[in-house]
Design a protein around this ligand. Structure first.
Ligand SMILES: Nc1ncnc2c1ncn2[C@@H]1O[C@H](COP(=O)(O)OP(=O)(O)OP(=O)(O)O)[C@@H](O)[C@H]1O
Length: 492
């Protein structure tokens, strides 16, 4: 759960949106804010400028509730925030990102798409810097908060685009009447946009200048600059849709086929040297055709146990992995047992299971789950831990509930790593199903291969192994397809 970082804000006076009194922030020995007093009126546009490291971002984070501080902080409602690095969720489209606050809180509305409606189906990696800025601002506006905090949102944009954004932001402020606190390094931008410019130096407010009325459009429309702008054109480069990516030729497929051919040749060569115990590919193929009904029956039985094993591994492994990912204490508590469990040789334990549970499905599932659960737990733990803190802060500024954070951040954020682990899990579950079959005299491929081996019919035993390998490849392919679909936002 995301904890609020400073005590609940007091309600500011009637016409003030933000009131800071004696705000101090210290990181170890370094006092970054040394007693900041500031009152921002409702509807006011404040720009904060100052030298690098002067505490501008820290002050904004204090107002947003992301940074603990001493002193008194009062804000009307939870402010919306536009971060310098935009922090768009990579698995959501433009529209999905803009609508996030509405989905999480059930409040707010899409105020504006800021010209991004035509590309609302694109994912963040398909956008230019300017387009990302538009989406980040539109998302903050959709939150419909009284206060909008902007931390150098245009820093990464080129000068022309930046000026266009300045114009748009100014008219947006006039239209919405929001209270805006805007951090920038550009004096010109600050003077053009803000009603008051605050100079923050060495953790203290150095100067507050009334600049209302200074933001004349003439600065952009008069003189040589205006002439150059006219020559360059006023087309907005931030709205250009990126060109479609060309399809890659399927070289990988040829590579795989070539390698498979090489393996087959080596197999033929080897089997000619050990003919009695190492059947040739052709002999295995003939045995497979002769035993097709038994092999099909065995494959289905093995598949059933493997699939149920994967299901059990997911049902038991993901909650444990999630708890370990969220809490270092839980991880420290459980990891010795999990590592010990992984080190238990299942082939030795499995015969004991026969004594405890008999030749039952439960015993088979326990064996399969024991063999395949480890990657599920570890990948879920790593996946949950890898969900970047920067995205958690976005959810915190939106005021998301723990359930919202779980469903819209942790699950999609951890999914790429969990799916990577699932590839390993399905292969291990198949091995588990064969081991279980071997031990519990089932009807699957393991039992068939064992019977054939004991009767010296090596070709049919190899055929069973071959079918199991084919099943492994098919299951792996299925997970890869699922991954391809789930991670479609990453495709370029
Ligand atoms: N979480 C943190 N832990 C330790 N020190 C921090 C932390 N966050 C910020 N600082 C330090 O606090 C100081 C002020 O940082 P801050 O980002 O607020 O400055 P800034 O004025 O926004 O700088 P810039 O203009 O370069 O973005 C810096 O010296 C920075 O190293």
């Amino acid at each position: 759960m995301i904890e609020p970082s400073h005590p609940p804000a007091q309600v500011p006076t009637r016409d003030s949106a933000i009131r800071l009194e004696g705000v101090r922030v210290r990181f170890d020995e370094h006092e970054v804010l040394k007693g900041v007093d500031l009152e921002v009126k409702k509807g006011e546009f404040i720009a904060i400028i100052g030298p690098s490291g002067g505490g501008k971002s820290t002050l904004l984070r204090v107002i947003a509730g992301l940074q603990k501080a001493q002193g008194s902080v009062s804000v009307v409602g939870q402010p919306a925030m536009v971060f310098q690095d935009y922090r768009l969720l990579p698995w959501r489209t433009v529209e999905g990102n803009i609508r996030l606050p509405i989905e999480l809180t059930g409040r707010g509305k899409v105020e504006t798409y800021l010209g991004m409606r035509k590309v609302k189906h694109l994912y963040p990696h398909q956008l230019s810097g300017g387009m990302k800025a538009r989406v980040a601002i539109a998302r903050a506006l959709a939150q419909d908060a009284e206060v909008l905090l902007m931390d150098e949102p245009f820093a990464a944009l080129d000068a022309l685009v930046r000026e266009r954004f300045n114009l748009e932001l100014k008219s947006l402020h006039a239209r919405t009447g929001k209270t805006i606190v805007f951090v920038t390094h550009s004096i010109r931008e600050a003077v053009y946009l803000a009603d008051r410019v605050v100079v923050l130096k060495d953790g203290r407010i150095d100067t507050v200048l009334d600049t209302s009325g200074e933001g004349r459009l003439t600065a952009f429309t008069d003189g040589l600059e205006a002439l150059l702008r006219e020559r360059l054109g006023i087309a907005d480069s931030t709205l250009v849709e990126p060109p479609p990516q060309p399809l890659r030729p399927p070289w990988e497929v040829f590579g795989v086929l070539g390698l498979a051919g090489l393996l087959l040749l080596s197999w033929t060569w080897l089997s000619a040297r050990i003919p009695l115990f190492f059947p040739s590919p052709w002999a295995v193929w003939q045995a497979a055709v002769q035993n097709a009904p038994q092999l099909a029956h065995g494959a289905l039985a093995t598949l059933e146990v493997a699939a149920l094993g994967v299901l059990c591994a997911l049902l038991v492994g993901t909650p444990i992995g999630y708890l370990m990912g969220r809490s270092r204490t839980v991880e420290r508590l459980l990891s010795p047992f999990i590592v010990a469990l992984q080190a238990i040789p299942t082939v030795i334990v499995a015969p004991l299971l026969v004594i405890w549970f008999g030749f039952s499905l439960e015993a088979k599932l326990i064996t399969t789950t024991l063999i395949s659960i480890f990657p599920v737990m570890v990948s879920t733990m790593v996946g949950v831990r890898e969900v970047d803190r920067i995205y958690r802060e976005v959810f915190q500024t939106i005021g998301a509930s723990p359930w919202g954070v779980f469903t819209k951040l942790e699950v999609p954020g951890a999914l790429p790593v969990v799916l990577g682990g699932l590839r390993l899990t399905v292969s291990l579950a198949l091995i588990g199903a064969v081991v279980a079959d071997f031990t519990f005299q089932g009807e699957g491929l393991g039992a068939f291969a064992n019977t054939e081996r004991l009767s010296f019919r090596y070709a049919s035993a190899f055929a069973a192994v071959g079918v199991n390998v084919a099943l492994g490849i098919a299951l792996y392919g299925l997970v890869t397809l699922l991954e391809y679909w789930v991670l479609r936002y990453r495709r370029r």
